[in-house]
Design a protein around this ligand. Structure first.
Ligand SMILES: Cc1cc2nc3c(=O)[nH]c(=O)nc-3n(C[C@H](O)[C@H](O)[C@H](O)COP(=O)(O)OP(=O)(O)OC[C@H]3O[C@@H](n4cnc5c(N)ncnc54)[C@H](O)[C@@H]3O)c2cc1C
Length: 391
């Protein structure tokens, strides 16, 4: 049965997160952006509110939120600040594969401690020579088999929360072939791990982004997740869940831009003394933006629902990420233009929204990567190898 109405519990969750974000993030938003400040104080409050552990499994003390619940929460936090939202919810990437594919010992050892306080875990996929080509370029970061474990060498870049993470889920080649990409859990305090933050970001500046070097880092066999050579598949489970959240965050940022131009149109007067919002051209542009925001929200909810129901995960997640990222980029850019010179200025908020939105088209796989994944499904459909699921 199709039902787009939120349940009472979902409406309550959304209201709770909206109030949390307005109280904790809004007053500090500008400061965070101008000072590249990673707000541990906000993450502590988020932990108290149950948001930092929302994505972690309930049997280990986490919130056990559904992906739909996470999407609702991510939109509300991103409405106030996309950088805070990214850092708050990116833990889905490393923890989902451990939850789904880890042994009981691995779940207990790595996930339970995250529920005991405002702690972080990071996903370390990207390398200086290219994230998109990691599948096609054995080498880079390597995990060489040694007595009782592995020796890790290499460099990962652009790692969200890398400076604050207890551990990373690391993708490394454990052999010379393409199929040798494996996933390892590596604590960041292990000897040989070096973390730096050499980046000046365009947007989402409240989020921490680090470079991590691994030099002869010794880990034991229990830190291999799943089997050797299954790294890409394991990581994809995290990306699928997280990409639905990226679309939800994109909807939140686009909604914020839309609200800004509506408020601006009511306050600004045109030459005839009437509010700008009464001009037909302005109204039509608002109508376009309103439609786009709802499209992003619908895609986020649909992708999240598909994940919660175990269906066609990569297809819907990639379509949501592709659609949501583009919508947020276009809506925020339109908002800058609709506010005129004030839109271009730092105190107008929409310029920040535009800078923040751009990242949704880049991280967790840029546009061509999402298109490759979607096309894989679409072309199989056309060749009749599988039936299209409408439900
Ligand atoms: C702020 C921030 C946070 C991030 N957080 C994380 C994180 O937590 N963990 C992590 O592992 N990574 C993270 N990333 C990395 C991010 O996922 C990558 O930057 C992104 O996937 C693109 O990879 P790349 O930068 O290596 O660019 P490349 O893969 O080199 O791509 C460069 C350009 O080439 C295009 N391209 C690549 N391959 C193809 C192709 N086959 N066909 C056509 N065009 C192609 C891409 O679309 C892109 O425009 C983060 C990045 C940023 C900026």
């Amino acid at each position: 049965m199709i039902d787009f109405g939120l349940s009472a519990a979902e409406r309550d969750l959304r209201a709770r997160v909206r109030a949390f974000a307005a109280a904790e993030i809004e007053p500090r938003r500008e400061f965070l952006d101008r000072n590249d400040h990673f707000p541990l104080e906000i993450f502590e409050a988020a932990f108290e509110a149950g948001l930092m552990t929302a994505h972690l499994p309930a049997d280990l003390g986490g919130g056990g939120y559904s992906t739909v619940d996470l999407a609702l929460a991510a939109e509300e936090v991103a409405y106030q600040d996309a950088g805070v939202a990214t850092s708050l919810f990116v833990g889905i990437l490393p923890t989902t594969p451990i939850d789904l594919f880890g042994t009981a010992e691995q779940r207990e050892r790595w996930l339970r401690p995250l529920t005991g306080g405002p702690r972080f875990a990071a996903m370390a996929w990207t390398e200086p020579d290219g994230s998109s080509s990691l599948f096609f370029r054995p080498g880079g970061t390597t995990a060489q088999r040694v007595d009782g474990g592995y020796l890790i060498n290499g460099t990962k870049c652009f790692i969200t929360n890398g400076s604050y993470a207890d551990f990373v889920l690391l993708l490394a080649y454990s052999g010379p072939k393409l199929r040798d990409l494996s996933a390892f859990i590596v604590p960041t305090d292990a000897p040989g791990v070096r973390i730096t933050t050499p980046y000046q970001k365009l947007g989402q500046r409240a989020s921490n982004t680090a470079r991590i070097e691994f030099e002869n880092v010794l880990i034991d066999e229990t830190q291999l997740l799943g089997e050797e050579g299954r790294g890409a598949m394991l990581a994809l489970a995290g990306f699928c869940r997280s990409r639905a959240g990226v679309c939800a965050m994109a909807a939140g940022v686009a909604q914020a831009a839309l609200d800004q131009v509506v408020a601006w149109g009511n306050q600004r007067r045109t030459g005839d003394g009437r509010p700008l919002v009464l001009q037909q051209d302005y109204r039509f542009r608002i109508a376009e933006l309103e439609t786009q925001v709802e499209l992003a929200r619908l895609m986020a909810w649909r992708a999240a629902w598909e994940i919660d129901h175990g269906k066609e995960l990569p297809r819907w997640s990639s379509m949501a990420k592709l659609a949501g990222g583009g919508i947020a980029a276009r809506v925020t850019a339109a908002a800058v233009e609709m506010k005129g010179g004030h839109g271009y200025m730092e105190d107008g908020r929409v310029e920040k929204l535009m800078r923040d939105a751009k990242l949704f088209e880049i991280y967790e796989g840029p546009i061509p990567i999402q298109k490759m994944l979607i096309a894989q499904y679409a072309t199989k459909l056309r060749r009749g190898r599988r039936r299209h699921s409408h439900g």
